[in-house]
Design a protein around this ligand. Structure first.
Ligand code: ARG
Length: 471
């Protein structure tokens, strides 16, 4: 074999690729990070080759030792990656074969097509578990901030107009729910990532008696009962990137939730709202305006959702016109997938770190939440309880709002006589409607922002998050 000629080109080719071709086609500059998975996969494959008699016992231990020493060198930064060898798979195999003659048997019944599918699945499995754990910590930070400020009320908004009063904690718990669905989607995605494609070969399996089940078990591609989970069609297995798309889709939705949370934090930190202050360590200044304190973390979190969405779209477009089966286009999946995982995990982590450094400004929240107009719907409900059809009650309260506006007074500053001049149904108890404490106590429906209900939801999340291992 010619020196430096990639393993895949021996025999058929006169020499290595031209330098510019190698530069254009290489993937090792980014897929080197799959080294751990590549080595684990090779170890499992070699162990299986020993079981079916392709490797002798001595050859297997030489291969395992060789892979171990390569792993150590990579981990300690001593391994020299050669872009001429295209990718992580060929770099490791070529180096192994240089050190251990039996390395030349490692690729028996295996192709880089099933190998790269295997490595990606192994890598993504770990990423999903880690991201899932980090999402739990984010939920705990949100619930914690809600708990710390559990008596604070703010206006809830629709159309960004003040609508009805809600507990600050209720608003945060809305995000806890969103992130919980994200967590469920990640768990569901994991089920389809956790399928072993090895043994599919380049496209059509192998004529050798490979033991696919053993490899799957060694690499923990098993279901809840411990049975191996094997891909069932070799052509599908080498060209399927659905699992990567699913992850990128779940991650994009998670990023959108992070972006929406960020937008709320940015609004709340503005001088117009003043609901929160973010501690100095989690804000940045302006290079020109000395007074500025900017919520850059939240802004970047909002901004980064754009590229995560872009990665999902890139993957879908990459796949849509591909004929069966493996095509080199698929090499383009990795940077999108890696970038999605890195970006989303970094964003979840920084937002989680920032949340405990948010200080809720009680006075500003109270001032905004005590706007009696927020209880106009409660006043309509009052009339409904007196027997009035809701449509009429809505109209009557609308008239009351107009009267208050004309007199330049707040809704709760109208006298009973003034209320009754609009409709006789208003009784002495009508002004009680504007007691905010009572109003919040009345919201007893499941999922409503009532005083007791929100307390119970906070407790439920504390229990649930503790069950999923969050401190
Ligand atoms: N570097 C390739 C990739 O990332 C590995 C598989 C290459 N297979 C092939 N037949 N050239 O997809």
């Amino acid at each position: 074999m010619k020196k430096n000629s990639p393993v895949s080109r021996s025999g058929r080719f006169a020499g290595g690729p031209a330098a510019d071709v190698a530069r254009f086609t290489q993937s090792v500059s980014f897929d080197w990070r799959l080294w751990r998975q590549d080595i684990l996969g090779s170890m499992a494959h070699a162990t299986m080759l020993r079981k079916i008699g392709v490797l002798s016992r001595a050859e297997l231990s030489a291969v395992l030792r060789g892979l171990d020493s390569i792993a150590l060198e990579i981990r300690t930064g001593k391994f020299r990656w050669n872009p001429g060898l295209e990718d992580v798979h060929m770099n490791i195999e070529a180096e192994l074969t240089r050190r251990v003659p039996a390395g030349a048997k490692l690729h028996t019944g295996r192709s880089r097509n099933d190998q790269v599918a295997l490595d990606l699945r192994l890598w993504l499995r770990d990423e999903i578990l880690e991201l899932g754990r980090e999402v739990r910590l984010l939920q705990a930070a949100l619930a914690g901030l809600g708990q710390k400020n559990s008596s604070v009320l703010i206006p809830g908004y629709t159309h960004l107009q003040r609508a009805q009063p809600v507990y600050f904690a209720h608003h945060l718990l809305a995000y806890v729910e969103m992130f919980d669905r994200d967590h469920q989607r990640l768990e569901d995605c994991f089920l389809r990532v956790n399928v072993c494609p090895l043994g599919s070969g380049a496209i059509a399996g192998s004529t050798l008696p490979l033991n696919r089940g053993l490899v799957a078990e060694l690499l923990a591609f098993v279901d809840a009962k411990g049975s191996p989970k094997l891909s069932q069609n070799s052509m599908d297995a080498v060209s399927d990137r659905d699992f990567a798309v699913e992850f990128c889709a779940a991650a994009a939705l998670l990023a959108v939730h992070l972006s929406r949370l960020s937008e709320d934090l940015i609004l709340w930190a503005s001088s117009e709202f003043r609901f929160i202050k973010i501690a100095d360590a989690y804000t940045t200044g302006s290079s020109l305006m000395p007074q500025k304190k900017n919520p850059d973390i939240a802004e970047l979190a909002r901004g980064k959702s754009g590229r995560v969405i872009g990665n999902l779209v890139s993957l879908l477009v990459l796949l849509k016109g591909l004929p069966m089966t493996y095509n080199r286009d698929l090499q383009e999946d990795k940077e999108r997938l890696f970038d999605t995982a890195d970006t989303v995990r970094a964003t979840v982590r920084i937002i989680t770190a920032m949340l405990p450094h948010i200080h809720v400004q009680y006075a500003a929240c109270e001032a905004a939440a005590s706007d009696p107009a927020l209880l106009a719907t409660d006043l309509a409900d009052y009339l409904v309880r007196k027997g009035m059809p809701f449509r009429k009650a809505h109209h009557v309260v609308g008239l009351v709002v107009a009267v208050a506006e004309k007199k330049g007074r707040l809704l709760n500053q109208l006298t009973l006589a003034e209320l009754q001049s609009v409709d006789r149904s208003f009784g002495r108890d009508a002004p009680d409607i504007f007691d905010l404490g009572r109003a919040m106590a009345k919201r007893t429906l499941v999922g409503a922002p009532g005083t007791k209900e929100v307390r119970e939801q906070l407790a439920r999340w504390r229990r649930q998050l503790a069950l999923s291992g969050v401190p």
